[in-house]
Write a new protein. Structure first.
Length: 57
């Protein structure tokens, strides 16, 4: 599995956990920022995946 794909999967997990906070099911401070961190990781994963594809070609 490539690094970009791993980061994208991790970001989706963070976004889903962050949704628990956003929907009001848990008020823990740890869940508060996971939604934002998930989107940042998603962008980084897409960027890394794109760079890996450009290097391969």
């Amino acid at each position: 599995m490539k690094a970009g794909n791993s980061i994208i999967i991790l970001s989706i997990i963070c976004i889903l956990i962050g949704l628990v906070y956003a929907l009001g099911y848990n008020s823990s401070i740890y869940f508060k920022y996971l939604f934002s961190i998930g989107f940042i990781l998603l962008g980084m994963g897409i960027l890394i995946d794109g760079i890996e594809e450009m290097i391969k070609k």
